[in-house]
Structures are given as structure tokens and as C-alpha cells.
Design a protein. Structure first.
Length: 423
């Protein structure tokens, strides 16, 4: 009972924990606004109000890449679940997408031009509206623009979005498809104030309505929490409108969100110094996807198509042997290898004496036979001299090829050595 009645913060009853700094990462010269870990936990990316993004190696504390493409405060960073991309969102109203391995800038997204739908058939369908800014101006989100990827890496969800109309500006959340990160595929309406943070639930769920599966072309349903300055909305991929909203929970602006690993707890932080914890009952958000570990239509292929399986260029019909004989000895450029190993290869530069002269092939002494003319039965020689020539027997040469190293050498007669017995 004494422990229950003890005041909060009593040094005698508080939990004893000892924290030690593992590594100090020094590189930013101003305050850091956001962090994001790599999927393997070996690297981390940070964004600061010094207008820079840094990719760190945690074990060594080494600064791998210093990215300075932003012109104002970097208020949000995120790492791709597949480990390929790093994204940052700044108060300069730009979304930058980098290659995580090399730090190369892939896309700079800031404006979008929407096509104007024709009212009548006489209007031209190619007529477009003026390009408008995708993100709200500086200071509208109170320092934070925290973006996030869906757990499968198929979509990038960004806060601080706006859709301008003739009458007003609507605050929205944009979704970018991994197959095309240059422009958003849709926006989520709802908030009355600017959106400052987005966090996707790490759990995949079954569809509530089977008909929605046909519209989204996804085998599972994903949930993401969107925080404006005063409210929190829950969306899913089954519909565009939010299915849940929470408001009037803090006295100051909301700053961040965080999901638990099982998807049943959502923590909300605020400038007022307090945290709000939302807990959900079992299967309240939905039934977890049964085949969550299965990867269907991996988005990795959409970003970087496989170039290894591309078809080879067809050889020109005028010179079909050109591609096969390039970078070879020029003396062999006119050699045509036969399909049958026993057939004499034809050559047009005179290195082979005659078409009917057999070409020697390297064989063992047991496989070598003497060649005789089928007409006369005598041994033939191009110069009238008797000499023995070696050819390949047809029965034992199915998997052999002519030796190109000896096509230019004239076959030599075999030597006969007399052995004398020494007493």
C-alpha cells in the first residue's frame, strides 16, 4: 500500500534503469526535426532545420551521404520498407526522393497540373489548368511534415497537402504510387486544418467488403493514421473517406503519431507535453490478413525493372556472323563451322589446301585411323607423297568439334623410331 500511495517521481519507488549513449552522430549544425530507421536497422536518416538530410551508418557513426537540395527547413524524412528510397519533405514546399544506396536525387515534386475535364464534346480534352502547388506554405504545419510509406512499400503517404479551388483551399493528404512517384494518384479529404503527420499501421487486414478488393487490386487492406493540428483521422485502402476520427484531446497542436507492432495501440503526442494512447479491441480494426508474409506483385519491380532478361538485338540479315566473330582474330572472320564435326570447315582465305582434304583433329592414338581414298584404296596426298592422315571416326565424334588451332597447319606424317637393345 505504501507503493500505491507514494507520490509520482519518488526516488525510492521509481523504476531503476540505466541508459548509456551508444554512439554520437555529429553532423547537423541546427536542430533535428525528424528521424527514420532503415529496414535492417544498420542506417538512419535525419532531417534538420539547417536544410540538410544526412544518411548515417549507425555502427561506425560515419556520415554516408549529406543531401543539401532543400532550400528551407527539412520537417520530415522516411525510409522505404524495401530499403531502396529515402524521402524528405520540407517547408520549401518540395518533396524530394533519393536513392538510398548512392544518395542520388530521383524526383523533385512540388507542383501538379491537373487536366480540365471538358463540359461539352466541342471543347478540347487536352486543355489543362494552371500548375498549382501541392503542399501548404511555410509555417502552416508548425514545424512538422512527417511522411510515411505503407508497410508493403506500394504507396507513399505525405502530409501538408492542399488542393486549390476557385473558392477555397482544401487541406488533404496525398498518396503516391511506387510505380510513379512524380505525381500523386489520389488525395484523402477530411481535415479542416493542415496535416502534420502520417503513420501507417504495420498490420495488414482482410477486406470488410469483398467488392472493394476488385477496385483496389490489392489482396489486403491497409490502415494509416493522419494527424492534423487538432484531430486524428483513420483511413484505409477500402475507401477514401475516414472511418474514424478523434478530436478535442489536447490543448495544443499535435506533433506526431506512433503505432504498436500489433496495430492495437496508437500513441499521439502534442505540444502541451502530454501523450494520448488509443487502444483498440481485438479485431476492432479488422481481421489480420492470413497470408501477411506473402509478397504479391512486389513493388520493387515497378521501381527498377529487371534489365537482365531483355531480349538481345537481332543480328542484321546481311551479315549474320558479324556479332559472333567480333573481338576475335581477324584471320578467323570467314570461318564457317559446320554442324557435323566430321565435315571439313570451309575457308576462303586459302589456309586450308583443298575442300576434300580432311582436317586433323586432336584424338588419342586408339581413336585415330588412317584415311584412304575410297576410289583407289591407296593413301592420298596433295603433293603426290605418301603420308598418313588422321580423321575422326563418325561413331566416336558426335560431341567433338574441330580444333581451330591446327586448321592452318599441314598435317605431318607419323614418325617411326627404331629401338636397339643394349646389352
Amino acid at each position: 500500500s505504501s507503493g500505491i500511495n507514494a507520490e509520482y517521481g519518488d526516488s525510492e519507488n521509481q523504476n531503476k534503469e540505466h541508459w548509456v549513449a551508444y554512439k554520437m552522430l555529429r553532423g547537423h549544425i541546427e536542430d533535428i526535426m525528424d528521424l527514420s530507421w532503415a529496414p535492417d536497422g544498420k542506417m538512419v536518416v535525419s532531417g534538420s532545420i539547417d536544410n540538410s538530410v544526412i544518411i548515417w551508418e549507425v555502427k561506425t557513426g560515419k556520415k554516408l551521404h549529406l543531401l543539401k537540395e532543400h532550400s528551407h527547413y527539412v520537417q520530415g524524412v522516411t525510409w522505404d520498407p524495401l530499403g531502396e528510397l529515402v524521402c524528405s519533405l520540407s517547408s520549401d514546399r518540395t518533396l524530394l526522393i533519393y536513392e538510398a544506396a548512392r544518395g542520388n536525387l530521383l524526383h523533385n515534386v512540388s507542383k501538379h497540373r491537373r487536366e480540365k475535364k471538358p463540359v461539352s464534346t466541342e471543347e478540347k480534352p487536352a486543355e489543362r489548368e494552371k500548375a498549382s502547388r501541392l503542399f501548404v506554405e511555410e509555417g502552416a504545419t508548425k514545424y512538422f511534415r512527417r511522411l510515411d510509406f505503407t508497410p508493403d512499400g506500394a504507396f507513399l503517404v505525405t502530409p501538408a497537402g492542399q488542393v486549390s479551388t476557385a473558392e477555397d483551399v482544401n487541406h488533404v493528404t496525398f498518396m503516391f504510387s511506387r510505380s510513379n512517384l512524380k505525381k500523386p494518384v489520389c488525395h484523402l479529404p477530411g481535415p479542416q486544418k493542415p496535416v502534420c503527420a502520417v503513420r501507417c499501421c504495420p498490420v495488414l487486414y482482410e477486406y470488410r467488403n469483398k467488392e472493394s478488393k476488385k477496385r483496389t487490386n490489392l489482396p489486403y487492406r491497409m490502415i494509416y493514421a493522419v494527424a492534423s493540428l487538432s484531430e486524428v483521422f483513420l483511413y484505409d485502402t477500402e475507401q477514401f473517406a475516414p472511418f474514424c476520427s478523434v478530436s478535442d484531446i489536447h490543448y495544443a497542436c499535435i506533433t506526431d503519431l506512433a503505432w504498436s507492432s500489433n496495430g492495437r495501440v496508437l500513441t499521439i503526442t502534442s505540444y502541451d507535453g502530454f501523450c494520448t494512447v488509443l487502444s483498440f479491441d481485438q479485431d476492432e480494426l479488422g481481421i489480420p490478413y492470413s497470408s501477411q508474409t506473402a509478397q504479391i506483385n512486389s513493388p520493387r519491380l515497378l521501381l527498377r525493372p529487371d534489365t537482365k532478361n531483355k531480349k538481345k538485338k537481332k543480328t542484321s540479315p546481311k551479315n549474320p556472323a558479324r556479332s559472333e566473330t567480333e573481338n576475335k582474330d581477324p584471320n578467323l572472320s570467314t570461318l564457317e563451322l559446320p554442324s557435323d564435326p566430321c565435315t571439313t570447315p570451309k575457308r576462303h582465305n586459302g589456309l586450308i589446301p583443298a575442300p576434300d582434304t580432311p582436317v586433323p583433329t586432336t584424338l588419342s592414338a586408339d581413336d585415330a585411323v588412317k584415311h584412304t581414298s575410297p576410289e583407289s584404296g591407296e593413301q592420298s596426298s596433295p603433293q603426290g607423297e605418301k603420308e598418313e592422315r588422321v580423321v575422326v571416326p563418325a561413331a566416336k565424334s558426335q560431341n567433338l568439334e574441330p580444333s581451330l588451332n591446327c586448321v592452318s597447319n599441314k598435317p605431318k606424317p607419323p614418325r617411326r623410331v627404331a629401338l636397339t637393345k643394349i646389352e
